[in-house]
Design a protein around this ligand. Structure first.
Ligand SMILES: [Zn+2]
Ligand SMILES: [Zn+2]
Length: 114
């Protein structure tokens, strides 16, 4: 399923563009499944993925401080997961933002992030 958060072909890193105001085209973008590990398939199924530059994904020569996979469950990862859950509830439930919607999300992704 296509990402429900971003046009994959835009050539931009989601974090650079949305949070850092850097809308320049990035080479070597990598697709990131927002809920990874055991929830990777669910992320794929519901389109919860974004394109990230190497620095924001695994880290690169500029370091790993902001890299999602080097800081699992830290700021960027948590922020992205909250955004993804909100988008998921909006698209796939009838009552986004309610306890019921959070519960539906939790049943699929194992945890409520909101
Ligand atoms: Zn980036
Ligand atoms: Zn990833």
């Amino acid at each position: 399923m296509k990402s429900i958060l971003q046009d994959k072909k835009s050539g931009r890193c989601y974090i650079c563009e949305q949070w850092r105001g850097d809308d320049s085209l990035k080479a070597g973008l990598e697709e990131h499944h927002i809920f990874y590990g055991p929830y990777r398939h669910a992320s794929e199924r519901y389109g919860l993925k974004v394109m990230l530059c190497r620095y924001h994904h695994q880290g690169d020569i500029h370091g790993t401080a902001d890299a999602i996979h080097n800081n699992p469950d830290k700021t960027n990862d948590q922020r992205l997961k909250r955004i993804a859950q909100k988008a998921w509830e909006k698209k796939y439930t009838a009552a986004a933002g309610t306890e019921e919607a959070h519960e539906q999300f939790r049943r699929i992704f194992g945890k409520n992030y909101l």
